[in-house]
Design a protein around this ligand. Structure first.
Ligand code: NAD
Ligand code: SER
Length: 312
């Protein structure tokens, strides 16, 4: 493996905190730099930089000073929070990505390669997208500001690749389930909060209705997909907008049943709020056959392993 220098932006977040650990495991702590708007990264002994990705000069200075060859850009405002602060969500989600793509374009013109990972989301689909086994290519008419920014971001990624040759890669993540760092304000967050309530023997108030099926993935699988995509040869990456990937699909009622099989006293109440409308506009399951065909993706973690892992 070529010696990479890897920058993770948004390293304090749900995904960043675990991605940094996975990268350290693969490349060694000296090859990874964690960056976030807020200090407080308390993972491995990696260098930490306080960075606002909206500050393009600071971003360039950090990338050049550290000799960075790969960036994982995870700073964003997620779906539920995004509906509370839509202009901030648009600004961060679009201009953070644009700053990075512009930097990659400029560096390429100077003869330096910068490989970029940026996640899209199931939120890029909308009410007129097929909801079952949603294909890679179909109508996409997102209704949340978050989803609109993700779809626009996908178009920017493909544009920068086709027009300038920027090596940018992306996945449309489903809801990611993990227990290390709390999620950052998404519509799929109920599927993490439910485990905390179950462990505390509390009645869980679910903000989605019992039959709201959504695509999900265990963090371990999400990280494996991310690293596989970034380690694939450029020729394998045939889609430069964003690849569908998925783990499994379930509804709150199905997840509650799986928890009750392990903790029989567990109770749940359904109190749908404004996040229901967001979830109702998203796919229930995804067709990730292009990721399987192009770079060998396959999810490994099913319902039983997921629930056992989260409870543990
Ligand atoms: P998160 O909210 O947990 O973490 C985001 C991090 O970005 C935070 O630590 C925050 O401090 C940092 N940040 C915010 N503004 C910043 C700025 N201006 N400069 C630098 N850092 C800044 O989010 P996450 O769940 O880890 O998601 C990471 C990415 O994955 C996002 O693009 C998100 O849309 C995408 N995604 C996540 C999920 C999921 O289920 N977690 C699903 C689909 C897509
Ligand atoms: N988990 C994310 C959210 O709910 C999906 O992008 O916002």
């Amino acid at each position: 493996m070529k010696a990479e220098k890897i920058l993770v932006i948004g390293a304090n977040g749900q995904i960043g905190s675990e991605l940094v650990e996975a990268l350290v495991h693969r490349h060694g702590a000296a090859r990874v730099v964690a960056a976030d708007l807020h200090t407080g990264f308390c993972g491995s002994e990696v260098a930490f930089a306080k960075l606002d990705v909206l500050d393009s000069k600071a971003l360039r200075a950090l990338v050049v000073a550290e000799g960075v060859t790969q960036v994982y850009h995870l700073a964003a405002i997620l779906s539920a929070t995004g509906e509370k602060v839509p202009l901030q969500a648009w600004n961060l989600n679009m201009n953070g990505l644009l700053n990075l793509l512009e930097l990659a374009r400029e560096l390429l013109a100077e003869g330096r390669l910068l490989r970029v990972f940026w996640p899209s989301s199931i939120a890029a689909f909308g009410p007129n997208s097929p909801r079952l086994n949603t294909p890679q290519y179909c109508v996409m008419d997102p209704t949340s500001m978050y989803g609109i920014s993700k779809l626009a971001g996908e178009r920017l990624c493909e544009y920068y690749h086709q027009k300038y040759g920027v090596d940018v890669r992306s996945l449309r993540y489903p809801g990611i389930l993990s227990s290390k760092t709390p999620p950052g304000g998404g519509t799929t967050d109920y599927a993490i909060a439910i485990f905390l309530s179950a462990k505390k023997r509390e009645v869980f108030e679910c903000f989605l209705s019992q039959d709201t099926t959504l695509p999900m993935i265990a963090m371990e699988d999400a990280l494996r997909a991310t690293l596989s995509l970034m380690e694939a040869s450029p020729e394998q990456i045939k889609i430069r907008s964003s690849y569908n990937v998925t783990g499994l699909s379930f509804s709150p009622a199905e997840l509650a049943l799986a928890i009750r099989q392990r903790l029989p006293a567990f109770q749940i109440r359904y109190v749908p709020d404004e996040r229901q409308a967001i979830a109702d506009s998203w796919p229930q399951s995804l067709d990730d056959s292009r990721a399987r065909a192009d770079w060998g993706w396959k999810a490994l973690i099913g319902m039983d392993q997921l629930v056992d892992g989260m409870l543990a």
